[in-house]
Write a protein that binds this ligand. Structure first.
Ligand code: G3H
Length: 545
């Protein structure tokens, strides 16, 4: 396809309004005015922000118009303060209904919430798709994966609590050790997984008894509208409060209150750094962070080319490269660079472009024009410094439809060498000596994951050993990814703080606390009375089934 034909095809990807399948349509814009604060839906009468989809509709003359999805409240400092107050009241120094509730009761609330959520699946999935341009299949996967994550969290908590449902006696001390909440958690999720990544911190934070302040991401706000009633009715007042508004104003203000005990952020290290510093008492702040990454693929001379191309294509371009785990740099041994690049470009040309609801679609609209501009900036910078766009039409765009570009050779000093592009541009660099590839990872500011492609056990082992001390996961002959969610999801350097997984998240949002006494007859009698009389939610030997 020549550039003019490609431009034409990209434009044609946008549908005429009546060509949108009936079951996927947004029949009327959603003008959300409710704010969940202190267990009540407050009606917002102030400023609002319109929400437009990355999808455009095409008029008969070819004009493209962004689809209006609705609007949401732009709340400010006053509402942020009200949310902090509501959360503090609900937590009440650990004496509130929510933190003092038994684990079994908290689980029941989360299960009630989940059941309500499931009834709104179609609506939520549709909004994920329209708000961020994620394919319907991936939006459905995001929803289902989140429900599975919640269920796995409940199962893990039952196991955790049951194993703590006993007394231990050591050196004459009787103790019961359980995990207790930390206080107020501020949850901030990313736009690329607006539901899943948010819930991966929000649900563990809630279920451990913390009170939560939650701000939806920049794109992916309206999808929370169908969940508001479930949040309101499933949890006690103030256990969860939602803030909207300008993130750069509202969020630092919340941090500066000093009331936040845990910052749970999936975002960038720059933002995380600024927010931590805004807290007046940093020693009281715990941070659970999933930050940027620049995961590399290292392709060895004996790599299975077909498998490598398949994995690198999915790894670098699924959801248009907008995954924190995406392969964002490909290092290929020079002996097979030409073969790899040819096959990679051939397969890229077969990827289906289109609207998110189309079956098998891979290249969909980007969420904002700013992203298109940044992709162009990265390409121009690389080309000016000596790289070439290798695939035909790479980098062509029409509004939000951006055709992926493969850049080669990408070298130190180009933006694409170190910056996390988070989009459909694939930088490739050749290497001659294994040490060069290793040095790329060692000198990177990021340390999330790496993928190694090859067959020689000696060579793979020689790479694995140094790489495990650089990143959190080394993938052999497969792309980088987070799942399965029970596995630890970590990052070194500027890529993360703390570990996320079903198991670890429960621990990240709680602290081990114990009640201890000397092993005397009087103590035993006292503890017996408390336990047998079912007088405490902490001191008990109940088993949750
Ligand atoms: O954006 C980061 C996601 O957690 C990546 O998850 O590797 O399963 O797509 P994934």
């Amino acid at each position: 396809m020549n550039p003019t034909e490609l431009q034409h095809s990209l434009r044609e990807c946008f549908p005429e309004a009546d060509a949108i399948p009936e079951e996927c349509r947004i029949h009327a814009p959603i003008h959300q005015r409710s704010i969940l604060l202190n267990g009540q839906m407050q009606i917002w009468k102030g400023q609002t922000r319109p929400v437009f989809s990355p999808v455009r509709t095409r008029a008969a003359d070819g004009t493209l118009t962004p689809v209006e999805l609705g609007s949401f409240p732009v709340t400010g400092i006053e509402e942020a303060d009200a949310a902090i107050e509501a959360a503090c009241k609900a937590y009440d120094n650990g004496r509130g209904t929510w933190p003092a509730m038994s684990v079994a009761e908290r689980i029941a609330c989360v299960e009630n919430f989940t059941n309500q959520l499931v009834t709104r699946r179609a609506e939520i999935v549709n909004l994920i798709m329209w708000e961020i341009g994620k394919s319907l299949a991936d939006s459905q996967k995001e929803f289902d994966r989140t429900i599975d994550y919640i269920k796995a969290t409940v199962a893990e908590l039952k196991q955790l609590d049951n194993s703590n449902s006993r007394f231990q006696i050591v050196d004459g001390t009787i103790a019961q050790i359980r995990r207790s909440p930390l206080g107020i958690v501020l949850c901030l999720g990313p736009y690329n997984y607006p539901m899943n990544e948010t819930f991966c911190t929000l649900i563990p934070a809630l279920i451990m008894g913390n009170a939560v302040l939650f701000k939806p991401p920049r794109f992916g706000v309206l999808l929370y509208n169908p969940m508001l009633e479930a949040f309101r009715s499933a949890f006690p007042a103030g256990a969860i409060n939602i803030v909207y508004g300008q993130g750069s104003v509202v969020v630092p203000h919340i941090m500066a209150s000093g009331k936040v005990n845990v910052l749970a952020l999936i975002g960038t290290s720059k933002v995380a750094d600024g927010l931590k510093k805004a807290h007046p008492k940093t020693n009281r702040l715990r941070a659970v962070l999933g930050l940027e990454a620049k995961n590399a693929a290292i392709i060895l001379p004996d790599a299975d080319i077909e498998l490598t191309v398949r994995e690198c294509l999915a790894g670098s371009l699924s959801f248009n490269g907008q995954r924190c785990t995406a392969l964002k740099m490909i290092l290929v041994h020079q002996s097979i660079a030409e073969q790899f690049l040819r096959r990679f470009s051939d397969e890229l040309a077969k990827l289906k472009m289109g609207m998110p609801w189309e079956k098998g679609v891979m290249i969909t609209p980007l969420p904002e024009m700013g992203k298109v501009a940044y992709m162009n900036e990265c390409i121009e910078d690389a080309v000016a410094k000596g790289a070439k766009v290798l695939n035909a039409g790479g980098g062509t765009s029409v509004e939000t439809m951006f055709y992926p570009a493969v850049l080669f050779p990408v070298t130190e000093g180009m933006k694409l060498y170190r910056e996390e592009q988070f989009g459909p541009v694939v930088p490739v660099a050749p290497f001659e000596d294994l040490e060069e590839a290793l040095q790329y990872v060692i000198t990177s500011d990021h340390g999330q994951q790496v993928s190694v492609f090859g067959k020689d056990p000696d060579l793979i082992a020689r790479l694995v050993d140094p790489l495990v001390n650089q990143v959190g996961r080394v993938n052999i002959n497969c792309q980088c990814q987070r799942s399965p969610d029970v596995f630890p999801f970590v990052g070194r350097k500027d890529s993360a703080e703390g570990t996320l997984s079903v198991h670890d998240a429960l621990r990240s949002f709680s602290i081990r606390t114990m009640v201890a006494a000397k092993q005397t007859e009087a103590t035993k009698k006292l503890l017996d009375e408390i336990v047998l009389g079912n007088k405490s939610n902490f001191l008990n030997t109940r088993f949750i089934l």
